[in-house]
Design a protein around this ligand. Structure first.
Ligand SMILES: Cc1cc2nc3c(=O)[nH]c(=O)nc-3n(C[C@H](O)[C@H](O)[C@H](O)COP(=O)(O)OP(=O)(O)OC[C@H]3O[C@@H](n4cnc5c(N)ncnc54)[C@H](O)[C@@H]3O)c2cc1C
Length: 375
């Protein structure tokens, strides 16, 4: 019997495994594809803040960025490469957003020196730019492996999950007191009609080039600082292709052109050799804010509160929740920035009953589902 079973070995499941095993829990992590075989394995894994004017997502991302940069540097210095970041707006009407961010963020940002802008394509001078001394790129696969080192990794997909009262049974062969769904956009294990995660396909590449890239650059695409001529470029946002629903298979050859074309609008890259392609799905929630915490059991809640189907309102405490079952998901294009921060919060709730920020809990979607008459 495990204390905790985590289904999904992406950055979210792996970061949670780290905090829970560090607290002395016997943790099992399940993933039939292997560690970081989903969206996490495809990620460029840039650790950079979300450039936005305001709102809950920006506030959460700012806190997560500071937390995670410190977390990786303190605990896993071998898996992070620190470099400054040069961020440019993508179009003229985004200039105001970047300017606003520069003026209002608590991060140490400034306008870049002219010498830095001189390495870019001349058209970049029309765009607002900011320079942030602290940012980084993590080794996506390496960090997921390192985070799960103190857990038992089981190379198996979970196809059945049954609550047996005091514990959960997984695939009729494993038992755990608490289960975490960290399955990203890939498979659906439980019927949760109120949670819809969108999977957005992305493609990124590793390249070799004779052009020196002195820092991480984000504009039409992210370009990493080069290390001995090697750099990462990514990623695209392809909303038309989905591995589970698209009729045609994904065309790697044409897909890899897009990150290169986008990068070349910012920086002329010479003697480019494409070394490796990476593709995968990001999992985004309907309101773009991540999802962590306990899950409402729709069927049991309707049985207890039948008038809920007519739109009657009840406090969150009245709903029936699955016992000892949590989710961590919906990190969109910022999983490596958000995961350590979210996993630390979720592990504090599981271990010490510390309340999770109301903006992040899945029950918010259940309330919206009831309000919209979703039954
Ligand atoms: C191309 C690309 C580039 C990106 N770049 C960045 C970036 O630069 N910076 C950043 O912060 N974020 C980036 N992201 C986003 C980040 O990768 C995601 O937010 C993150 O990977 C989400 O992690 P996850 O653990 O939720 O999901 P995933 O990594 O998708 O992991 C879910 C895992 O669950 C497993 N699974 C599903 N169902 C089951 C089951 N039934 N049984 C067992 N296992 C199961 C899957 O096999 C998968 O491995 C990028 C994403 C993509 C696709």
């Amino acid at each position: 019997m495990f204390d905790i079973a985590i289904i999904g070995a992406g950055i979210n499941g792996s970061a949670l495994a780290y905090f829970l095993s560090k607290a002395g829990k016997r943790v099992a992590v399940f993933d039939g594809g292997g560690i970081a075989s989903g969206g996490s394995g495809a990620a460029g894994a840039f650790i950079s803040p979300k450039i936005a004017k305001g709102g809950d997502l920006k506030a959460i991302s700012d806190e997560a960025f500071a937390f995670s940069l410190e977390f990786y540097n303190r605990n896993f210095p071998n898996f992070i490469t620190n470099s400054p970041l040069l961020h440019l707006s993508k179009q003229q009407d985004e200039n105001e957003k970047v300017r606003h961010f520069k003026e209002h963020t608590s991060l140490h940002v400034k306008s870049p020196d002219k010498s830095l802008l001189d390495i870019l394509e001349p058209t970049c001078k029309d765009y607002e730019a900011l320079y942030l001394k602290e940012s980084g790129v993590v080794d996506a696969q390496g960090i997921c492996k390192a985070l799960t080192e103190s857990s038992v990794f089981i190379n198996e997909d979970i196809t059945s999950l049954t609550c047996k009262g005091e514990y959960w049974e997984l695939n009729s062969s494993h038992k755990a007191l608490h289960v975490i769904l960290a399955t990203g956009a890939y498979k659906k294990l439980l019927e949760l009609p109120y949670i819809k995660h969108r999977g957005v396909w992305g493609h990124r590449i590793d390249i070799k080039s004779s052009t020196n890239i002195p820092l991480n650059i984000h504009q039409f695409v992210s370009i990493s600082a080069s290390k001995n001529g090697y750099a990462a470029i990514g990623a695209t946002h392809n909303v038309h292709y989905h591995p589970q629903t698209s009729k045609e298979s994904y065309d790697i050859e044409s897909g890899r052109k897009e990150p290169l074309e986008r990068a070349s609008k910012t920086l002329a890259l010479k003697d480019v050799q494409i070394l490796k392609d990476y593709t995968g799905l990001r999992s985004g929630s309907n309101d773009y804010i991540p999802v962590i915490g306990s899950l409402v059991d729709t069927k049991a809640t309707v049985e207890k509160l039948p008038n809920i189907t007519k739109g009657e309102k009840y406090p969150r405490s009245e709903f029936v929740y699955y016992p000892h079952l949590s989710m961590i998901n919906g990190t969109g294009g910022y999983g490596f920035v958000l995961a350590p921060y979210l996993a630390s919060m979720l592990s504090d709730e599981i271990l010490y009953k510390k309340e999770i920020d109301r903006r992040l809990v899945p029950v918010r979607f259940f309330e919206r589902f009831v309000k919209k008459g979703g039954f």
